[in-house]
Design a protein around this ligand. Structure first.
Ligand code: PLP
Length: 408
């Protein structure tokens, strides 16, 4: 069956009658890609500034991932976690070498990684069920991770959730100091809050969280699912602050496009986690772990951290310049290749117009355009994006309705 040849109309109508309505999908049908470019069902090319929401860090068709896939097709696609295969340990060693921590648990997704971290914190701090998390945070959709997610719209239909979570304002050291106590089992935070509209936590706030965790015995959990593995221009978003979290959770780019999550923990957890405390059928799948090794190798070998850093600094400046000329841009926030452009209007119609013009971008909350391009994107592509966005904002400011261009 040639799925590639299915028409967009046929795909959409089959979905409407067969797929549960958890997503409000955009009528965009990417079918192939190369580097940071995507091609839709009609062959139209797009610059991808979203990377599957921070998953496709190496873009599309990267030779290092293709080599793993070619070879792995002849091997075992699944090995039970009852048994051994080499790739988990190799990937764990590579991840540990990037941190000060000492062991890894592999799962399949970001929400599972945070779910596991929540359980591990209970094991480390028995009898302490309090958790401090941030307003507007996002940690996932399963009940535990949703309990840590500080966005009412996601939580309200599913109450009651796990009890004992206290939400505080991001970057408020005073609220943090008031909230963390000897009853706190863990502090959960995203060093750069993605779904909140790209809000970087301040060095002062991260350091206060680290200090309070050490003073009270609470575990500091850095959710690096979106901002980790190079997106910030460093391996981890917390690194700029010099802190050492007790647990790091990872997912999105780790498996090179296949589902793979990881929880990285320190020695204090090694001594309390026992067989049977936690587990997963698919987590740490051999193919996903081998792709993970290729992702880390490629980021290193192609100097992508330096590239993300310098290109990100340049992009930040370009976006600031754009903001200086367009009063509809309220704020520009971010680091590396993770940027939020907050507007004084709804972001979705602007994102739709950008799509018509050949640029895939994300949104966050109502009014933020979110950029999470693959690390392999070129400066030329970003220059073209900045120009088009400026043009759209100027035209919209002149009162013209969106969308302005029909899809080619
Ligand atoms: N944590 C953060 C910071 C995220 O951005 C996300 C997803 O966007 C998650 C957790 C949940 O990850 P997943 O969708 O893989 O469960």
């Amino acid at each position: 069956m040639l799925l590639h040849d299915e028409s967009p109309g046929a795909v959409e109508s089959r979905e409407h009658s067969s797929i549960l309505g958890t997503y409000g999908r955009t009528a965009f049908h990417p079918r192939s890609g190369s580097g940071a470019r995507l091609f839709d069902a009609a062959g139209k090319a797009y610059w991808d500034l979203l990377a599957g929401i921070a998953v496709n860090a190496l873009g599309y068709g990267h030779p290092s991932l293709e080599a793993v896939l070619d070879e792995a097709s002849k091997g075992l696609l699944h090995v039970s976690n009852l048994f051994y295969h080499p790739a988990q340990g190799l990937l764990a060693e590579r991840l540990l070498a990037l941190t000060h921590l000492s062991s890894v648990f592999f799962c399949n997704s970001g929400t599972e990684a945070n779910e596991a971290a929540l359980k591990f914190a209970r094991l480390r701090n028995p009898g302490r069920s309090g958790v401090v998390a941030l307003e507007e945070s996002f940690h996932g959709r399963t009940m535990g991770s949703l309990s840590l997610t500080g966005h009412d719209a996601y939580r309200a239909p599913f109450l009651p959730l796990v009890e004992g979570v206290r939400f505080i304002e991001p970057n408020s050291v005073a609220e943090l100091e008031a909230a963390v106590s000897e009853e706190t089992s863990a502090i959960f935070l995203e060093p750069i809050m993605g779904e909140a509209g790209v809000i970087p936590l301040s060095v002062e706030f991260l350091q206060a969280a680290s200090r309070l965790a050490a003073q009270t015995g609470a575990l500091l959990v850095c959710d690096e699912v979106q901002c980790g593995l190079g997106r910030s221009g460093a391996w981890f978003g917390y690194q700029e602050s010099g802190i050492e979290p007790d647990i790091i959770t990872l997912a999105k780019p780790l498996g090179g496009g296949l589902p793979l999550g990881a929880v990285i923990v320190g020695r204090e957890l090694q001594s309390v986690v026992r067989p049977g405390h936690h587990g997963t059928t698919f987590g740490g799948n051999p193919l996903a772990c081998r792709l993970g090794l290729a992702v880390l190798d490629t980021i290193e070998q192609e100097g992508l951290l330096d590239k993300v850093n310098s290109l990100g600094a340049w992009l930040g400046q370009e976006l600031e310049n754009l903001a200086a000329h367009h009063s509809s841009i309220v704020a520009v926030r971010g680091r590396g290749l993770m940027w939020g452009i907050e507007l004084d209007v709804e972001a979705k119609p602007i994102a739709t117009e950008l799509l018509h013009r050949g640029f895939v971008v994300g949104t966050a909350r109502e009014r933020v355009l979110r950029l999470l391009p693959p690390y392999v994107i070129t400066r030329g592509a970003l220059e073209a994006f900045v120009w088009e966005l400026g043009d759209i904002l100027s035209t919209a400011a002149n009162g013209q309705a969106l969308p302005m261009k029909a899809t080619a």
